[in-house]
Design a protein around this ligand. Structure first.
Ligand code: SF4
Ligand code: SF4
Length: 415
């Protein structure tokens, strides 16, 4: 029996189709569904029992933002409704029904993240972020995950910060190593397990005092994992080591913070980014009325108009706090809030950029510049001679640029 079939059977036997999970899902309710929550979950259960892949099932799978909200105290029979949505994606893919793009894993030699990382760096910088190393005793291991490679200025800044704070640290690059989050998002649950097992093996190769995780998804998966490893978020690691107030940067106005949904709903150290931001800006975070709203990536893909409204309303909410800058922690949120289609009345910044600036570390935010341009032709001009040094055909590079910076023009996409 395959893993997907096993999980589908387990779910079908236990789910009562009460609809509690569908009723509380903010992404689903944002689409004003025509069926009751119980009827929606009835479709899901029937499909996993071997029934038809109705439009309702496809919507339920696609719209999930993986925010983890429904995983906490929602299901009366102890199921994880979010995992069920990932299972749906896998089963729909297996049947060739869910065709939301081709999935290219980050480890692929021509994967999107790798191509973007190379385009956005010099060859020396690219080598630095893709090569493992150990400094001194290598007591602390820094693992950046995969998706941050799409905006390598943040990774380079984080590595410079590690250098300033500790002498003896090791670096395990992402791309070839992955927590599996990318695979499960695309419905590949077997590959997800293999990726996580491989990463745990890599983490256990040495007796690290702390394993510093950049990505909120990695933080979440290791928080939930039963493997006992000394993982810590980058925000917490830095906050605990900064020598008090370190403010020396341009005036960014007051700040508000968009938390990573996963960390927020699981209550994983929400104080760390706030403490860090106060240390590096000298300001207290102005909280938005809605404590946490996911960036809405699933909603944007599954119901673009509702997704656009969702993002715009979050940006307006941030602006209404009176803050001059909305800070995000997750590079995924950064991606979604910096699209060329938004005209926010507020600056968007990632916390690592602000922390770096406070420490005198600056890397050009080229990703952000290209994202704002949203113009593949202009971006290709900006790439310049770098393209001749890269091992991929020009049409592959152009496809990656279109997908990342002008998705409405992309002919090739992935989940
Ligand atoms: S994880 Fe979030 S978006 Fe997905 S089903 Fe649960 S509440 Fe909805
Ligand atoms: S809350 Fe649990 S039992 Fe109810 S529909 Fe959702 S998964 Fe099924």
């Amino acid at each position: 029996m395959t893993l997907l079939r096993f999980l589908a059977d387990e779910f079908s036997k236990t789910c009562t189709a009460c609809g509690a999970c569908a009723a509380m899902c903010p992404a689903l309710t944002a689409t004003d569904p025509k069926e009751t929550p119980s009827a929606i979950q009835g479709h899901v259960r029937a499909f996993l029992e071997g029934g038809p892949p109705t439009g309702t099932v496809i919507d339920r799978a696609q719209l999930c933002n993986e925010c983890y909200q429904c995983t906490v105290d929602t299901c009366p029979v102890g199921l994880d409704p979010m995992r069920t949505n990932l299972l749906l994606r896998g089963c729909l893919r297996e049947q060739g029904v869910w065709t939301q793009g081709v999935f290219i894993p980050p480890s692929d030699p021509a994967g999107d993240e790798r191509v973007l990382a190379a385009l956005l760096t010099t060859s020396a910088e690219f080598k630095r972020i893709t090569t493992p190393f150990k400094k001194g005793d290598g007591r602390f291991l820094f693992f950046p995950g995969c998706n941050i490679y799409s905006m390598p200025d943040k990774l380079l800044t984080a590595m410079d910060i590690m250098d300033r704070l500790v002498d003896d640290w090791s670096f395990l690059p992402g791309l070839s190593n992955c927590c599996g989050g990318n695979h499960s998002t695309a419905g590949f649950l077997t590959a997800e397990r293999a990726a996580m097992d491989g990463l745990v093996d890599a983490f256990q190769k040495d007796d690290f005092e702390a394993i510093v995780l950049w990505c909120p998804t990695c933080v979440t998966l290791f928080h939930l994992s039963e493997v006992d490893l000394p993982t810590v978020s980058f925000a917490r690691f830095v906050t605990d080591r900064l020598p008090g107030q370190t403010v020396a940067q341009e005036d960014i106005g007051s700040i508000t913070l968009h938390d990573p949904c996963k960390n927020h709903f699981l209550r994983i150290d929400p104080g760390a980014p706030r403490e860090l931001l106060t240390q590096v800006t000298g300001k207290v975070v102005l909280e938005m009325p809605r404590e946490n709203v996911c960036c809405g990536y699933g909603l944007l893909a599954g119901s673009p108009e509702d997704g656009r409204r969702w993002i715009q309303s979050r940006l307006e909410e941030a602006s209404d706090t009176g803050a001059g800058t909305m800070v995000n922690i997750c590079h995924g949120c950064h991606w979604f809030f910096t699209g060329p289609q938004w005209t926010p009345d507020i600056r968007i910044a990632n916390y690592v950029t602000l922390a770096g600036q406070a420490m005198g570390i600056r890397h050009e935010e080229r990703f952000l510049k290209w994202r704002r341009w949203g113009d593949p032709v202009r971006i290709m001009v900006d790439v310049g001679d770098r393209i001749d040094q890269l091992p991929w055909p020009k049409d592959r590079i152009e496809a990656v640029i279109r997908k990342a910076f002008a998705p409405e023009m992309a002919t090739e996409s992935s989940s």
